[in-house]
Write a protein that binds this ligand. Sequence first.
Ligand SMILES: [Cu+2]
Length: 281
Amino acid sequence: MSTLLLLLGCVGTPTDSTDTAPTGDGAYHVQWSTDPSPPNAGSHAEITATVIGPDGAPVKQLTLFEGAFLHTFIVPRDLSEFVHVHQEDETDVTTDELKSATFVYHAEFEEAGDYLIDFDFASEGRYLAEIGQVTAVGEPAEADAPTEDDATRRVVRDVTAQLVWDVAPIAQQEAEWHLHLIHTDGKEKSEVTDLVQWGGADAHAGMVDWADTRFFHTHAWYPGMENAAPGDAMPSLYPGPDLPFHYTFPTAGRYRAWTQFARVGAPDDEYTVPFDIVVGE
Ligand SMILES: [Cu+2]
């Protein structure tokens, strides 16, 4: 099998060229690979990722934010699932790993086909990202295209989430919405009031733009969030039942947003709730 696909996310100097001084291209990059290469559908692959700075050397000043130095999001082209992983989910980052800005962790590729892979990190007060692609092989295969889904109510485990628009989404204007969460245990229904922070925020929303396969990330809205720097603590404001979001979508079109949050009874077992967002002109 070709390893070429694995290199699509890498533009910098190969990590094995340690005998020569690194020369960067002035931008940050993530050099990454999977083992096996390519990943197999239905199994876990090991991901090794190194964050490279503008000078071509591993970044020594990565900022810890939302509980991790490197956040990885993996989404199939058919947008049927959303994977969000970090090395810190499995093992602590050692001093040597931090010095070499190299992280090793695992992700499951459920189906064969193309995946978008997004790496989020922060350095010198800035959020940075690298986006790439990886193709898993085997069976079963992904669908050819995403299935549009305009539902505004979704049940995930014991929570029913209702999507409510407060300011409708229009390109380049700030949209506002909230999720209203109802505990749904059989016939019993009550408002969710036991949310706890997960990954340093009351809630996260990862959003993929269908047409251009771009990746965006925001958090439950709080006053002053537009001025926050990476690593700043986010306030705990929303135990439920409502989780508010503000976001300015850059272009019109269909996005899929996955909202993640956790409840006090299982603070590490996050909920992931997908909704489609159609942004108008
Ligand atoms: Cu993360």
